[in-house]
Design a protein around this ligand. Structure first.
Ligand SMILES: *[C@@H]1O[C@H](CO)[C@@H](O)[C@H](O)[C@H]1NC(C)=O
Ligand SMILES: *[C@@H]1O[C@H](CO)[C@@H](O)[C@H](O)[C@H]1NC(C)=O
Length: 351
């Protein structure tokens, strides 16, 4: 004989209270998530702090399964094992791809890293990034492209990444900058974001208000609207300021996280050979806004020499014909001199 299952010993009025409490909890959590993702970084400081505290205490749902190792907030420089080690980051798929197994991520993010022969730095960055980004539950991939011309490599990384997956957000990331704070969310807000605002090399102060170099985030729509980066900055410097002008020219604003969050450590290095400062980079900037209308992503030209899905990243090796790009530019500039008048001189581009 089976005994009848007794009713739970809770009066109906208590039921309602418990339900109300749960609904309130869910609404609060959803609002926090919504506000964190959508607010202007400066205003989200309290919420980010709150979320981080929950996360640190293991109360934030992301960490419930404890599948990912806890990494201290201050990520430090060290000598990580080889990036091809199979044991490292078992959840990361070939090509440096990761997506959370317990949910569908709200953010599909491609990290694009321009690279020039600094293997140790790349390993260091990859190790830190994979630790950080998996805990942010992003659906992401890492793309490393090689050759000199930072801006063009970023355009190329973008172009190749969208062929592989439907990314909606792009983080352009220098190889020598290591994020130092877990609250640096690698997603895209409604305005372009300059991520590396506080770098140890500059005493964690913003060097100048228009700076957009180092690490920056744009949505796909924003990147297409500003016509990507300029292709003409062969050598060192200027391309990030050019991008800032493109962003402003298209009616966007640059946002940043608070300075106590946007912290990065710069790994020391000397400037590479063949990557000298561009003497006329200031001249290039004079017509940056107008040039953005006909030069950039829309005129990108390159040849893939090698594309390989390594364990922690997708490797893109390309050939760029500088002569051809500059000839193309002079040609386009001539046509546009008619549009923009005599103040627009193509000679200033030539190296
Ligand atoms: C680059 O382009 C120029 C002009 O089109 C061409 O003459 C030259 O052979 C090209 N260089 C290489 C390395 O392909
Ligand atoms: C310059 O533009 C003209 C007209 O659009 C085109 O016929 C020519 O091939 C272009 N030259 C170069 C080097 O791109």
């Amino acid at each position: 004989m089976t005994t009848p299952v007794s009713e739970p010993n809770i009066p109906p009025s208590n039921h309602r209270h418990i339900m109300k409490f749960f609904v309130l909890c869910i609404v609060t959590l959803v609002s926090i998530e919504f506000i964190t993702v959508n607010t202007v970084p400066n205003e989200s400081r309290t919420i980010l702090n709150f979320r981080h505290k929950l996360f640190a205490k293991g109360m934030w749902m992301y960490d419930k399964k404890k599948t990912l190792p806890w990494v201290p907030l201050q990520l430090i420089e060290f000598h990580p094992p080889s990036t091809n080690s199979k044991k490292l980051f078992p959840d990361v798929e070939a090509g440096g791809r990761f997506r959370p197994s317990e949910c569908v991520s709200r953010h599909r993010v491609a990290i694009v890293i321009p690279y020039r022969n600094r293997e140790e730095q790349l390993r260091n960055l990859l190790y830190n990034l994979h630790s950080l980004l998996a805990r942010q539950q992003l659906d992401y991939g890492i793309y490393v492209s090689t050759r000199f011309n930072r801006a063009m490599l970023l355009n190329i990384g973008y172009s190749e990444a969208i062929k592989i997956y439907d990314y909606q957000c792009f983080i352009f990331h220098d190889v020598d900058l290591i994020p130092q704070d877990d609250r640096l969310l690698y997603n895209c807000p409604t305005q372009p974001r300059h991520m590396s605002a506080a770098v140890d090399k500059f005493k964690y102060k913003l060097p100048y208000p228009e700076i957009f170099g180092g690490v920056s985030a744009l949505t796909k729509d924003q990147f297409v609207k500003v016509n990507g980066f300029s292709n003409i900055f062969f050598g060192w410097g200027g391309e990030d300021d050019d991008m800032y002008k493109r962003i402003k020219h298209n009616g966007y604003d640059v946002k940043r996280y608070p300075m106590n969050i946007a912290r990065y450590r710069m790994i020391k290095h000397s400037r590479d050979k063949g990557n000298e400062p561009i003497p006329q980079r200031m001249n290039n900037l004079k017509n940056a806004a107008k040039r953005s209308e006909y030069e950039g992503l829309s005129t990108l030209k390159y040849k893939i020499l090698h594309l390989e899905q390594k364990k922690l990243y997708t490797w893109i090796h390309v050939a760029i014909n500088e002569t051809e790009i500059m000839a193309d530019l002079r040609n386009k500039t001539e046509m546009n001199t008619k549009r923009f008048g005599t103040a627009f001189r193509g000679e200033s581009f030539v190296r």
